[in-house]
Design a binder for this molecule. Structure first.
Ligand code: CTP
Ligand code: MG
Length: 240
């Protein structure tokens, strides 16, 4: 079964600083989104890519994908939403009903190796309902009592060997992903749940089983300016 991929790309990129929406910012002269879509399209496991673009930028994104030689692929562009979760839900709604496996991949992870895409899709094909690629943490992590700008009392230190930093693409049985997004929408309407920052988190919230497969250090998310510096260096090394 061939998978479809949803690429949430409708964020503003506040933490990256002023400029165009993050997905349209360039890395090696090519928009982050184009890198991300290429990385997915390179995988034989992926037959369709649905991009959730900034709501006022759908035509621009269509043009961008065409001008970077992606017009031969099966790529659709829909308007994204006000939150990442909403963008994913809108992208998911544009996937044909017969598609059984869906990957969700951040436009902000332009350098994910195709091996990670393949491994995630393969794990879903092998029977997992939700799969996330992840890597061990370099830093020790502490839970604190948040106190913006001021000293923050430490509550405890989770055992680092049991922690993983989670990446994308995350892979799902389509039914599972659609169901948890539907439930999240209903519960939100009923009165505020704490936000979830990834799709697998929704599966966990509603009692599903999520498994981790090895991610890759180059699948890091471009979030702050330093990440763009690192991404440029990784790209230059690949091109060398
Ligand atoms: N995203 C989206 N729709 C939103 C918000 C985020 O599709 N309303 C996407 C982003 O475009 C990005 C991915 O979700 O590809 C991961 O989010 P993040 O790294 O937080 O990107 P931004 O929200 O754009 O950045 P920031 O939080 O710094 O504003
Ligand atoms: Mg964000």
């Amino acid at each position: 079964a061939v998978a479809a991929a949803v690429v949430p790309a409708a964020g503003r990129g506040e933490r990256l600083g002023p400029g165009a929406p993050k997905a349209l910012r360039e890395l090696g002269g090519v928009p982050l989104l184009v890198h991300a879509v290429r990385a997915l399209a390179r995988s034989r496991a992926v037959g369709l890519v649905v991009v959730a673009a900034p709501a006022d930028g759908v035509a621009e994104v269509v043009g961008l994908l065409d001008s970077h030689g992606l017009d031969g692929k099966d790529i659709r562009v829909v308007a994204g939403g006000a939150t990442r979760q909403e963008s994913v839900r809108l992208g998911l709604a544009a996937i044909p009903a017969e598609v059984e496996i869906v990957l969700v991949h951040d436009a902000a992870r332009p350098l994910v190796p195709v091996e990670v895409v393949d491994a995630v899709a393969a794990a879903v094909r092998a029977g997992a309902e939700a799969v996330v690629p992840a890597v061990p943490l370099a830093d020790t992590v502490k839970r604190v009592e948040p106190n913006r700008g001021g000293p923050e009392p430490v509550l405890d230190t989770p055992d680092r060997s049991t922690l993983r930093a989670v990446q994308t693409p995350q892979g799902f049985r389509r039914e599972t992903l659609a169901e948890v997004h539907e439930k999240a929408l209903t519960e939100e309407a009923a009165g505020g749940l704490p936000p979830v920052t990834d799709d697998a988190g929704l599966v966990e919230r509603f009692g599903g089983r999520v498994v981790v497969v090895p991610g890759h250090e180059e699948a890091f998310k471009v979030t702050r300016p330093l990440d763009l510096v690192l991404a440029e260096a990784v790209l230059a090394r690949r091109r060398a």
